[in-house]
Design a protein around this ligand. Structure first.
Ligand code: PAF
Length: 282
């Protein structure tokens, strides 16, 4: 596996691959890999000849009181894991490489970036949109792979790709869960054993929602009440939002008449977790 910290070296390597008519796949990450990341890399590998993975803990997507300083890092372990699934190029830029002296541009997405996590994390999606637009411009992949666990992020990325004429396919991959249902996340490492157990109510409430929809319950208010009852019974978990939306526009819905995204953000102790599912009637 080839590793570089610089855009110039990365582009040089990619221009050789492109001259050989190779398809380029890309998985942008913030590192500290788990099975969810490896699944994205395997999907990229299936669809491309050369797979690039970036590891960059992007400072502009963290708010002033968020976990930038303590975000977990283990480059040695990440390198070995990326190599184990056949990643060809690891791009590990410094903050100065991505945001050099004088850097002054940001990408803002209106509408879909303002709801759900956008309300409680002002500036977050601008940071994500900016770095993803930059990374897509640097790598120019044929296909870029993102997890559906961050459903809103994926919607924002699809929007910027369409709006900024970025010519890469944006592929969403279903959330990878632990055997007990917990959605995989690098932030799960912050959880104590008790918190980790408590966090299972998020996935449980989403399963209950699908069961209710299977029983022809269509009022989101009724499903929401049942979900909140399950989550609120767990004293370590505090809901930040629990919303029913159109999966594409993220506009709120009152009746589950077609595929509906149920998105949750909650604090489990001090850790903020998100989870979601698309429920399908009939
Ligand atoms: O999902 C992530 O890990 C990050 O938000 C991303 C897409 C790599 C941008 O920094």
């Amino acid at each position: 596996m080839f590793e570089t910290h610089t855009i110039v070296e990365l582009r040089k390597k990619l221009s050789v691959a492109r001259a050989e008519n190779k398809r380029v796949g890309f998985v942008p990450t913030m590192g500290y890999f788990h099975e969810g990341h490896l699944t994205l890399m395997r999907e990229a590998k299936k669809r491309a000849d050369v797979v690039v993975v970036s590891i960059f803990v992007n400072p502009t997507q963290f708010g002033p009181n968020e976990d930038l300083e303590k975000y977990p890092v283990d480059l040695k372990r990440d390198r070995a894991m990326a190599e184990s699934v056949g990643v060809d190029i690891l791009f590990t830029p410094s903050a100065g490489e991505i945001y050099p002296e004088g850097y002054a541009t940001s990408v803002n997405v209106e509408g879909i970036a303002d709801v759900l996590c956008g309300r409680s994390r002002p500036g977050h999606f601008s940071g994500v949109a900016t770095v993803v637009a930059k990374l897509l411009n640097i790598v120019e992949p044929d296909v870029a792979v993102f997890g559906e666990k961050d459903w809103q992020q994926l919607a924002v990325v699809r929007r910027i790709a369409a709006d900024l004429n970025i010519d890469s396919e944006i592929l969403g991959v279903p959330t990878v869960r632990e055997a007990d249902g917990l959605a995989m996340s690098s932030r799960n490492t912050y959880l104590s054993a008790g918190e980790r157990k408590a966090a299972l109510v998020l996935a449980k409430s989403l399963r209950i929602a699908q069961e209710m929809v299977d029983k022809n319950i269509r009022e989101t208010a009724e499903v929401e009440r049942a979900m909140r009852d399950v989550i609120e019974a767990e004293s370590l978990v505090e809901i930040e939002y629990l919303e029913f939306c159109d999966p594409q526009s993220l506009a709120g819905v009152a009746e589950i008449e077609s595929d509906t995204l149920i998105a949750i953000a909650a604090r489990v102790g001090k850790t903020r977790l998100i989870d979601n599912a698309v429920v399908r009637p009939g």
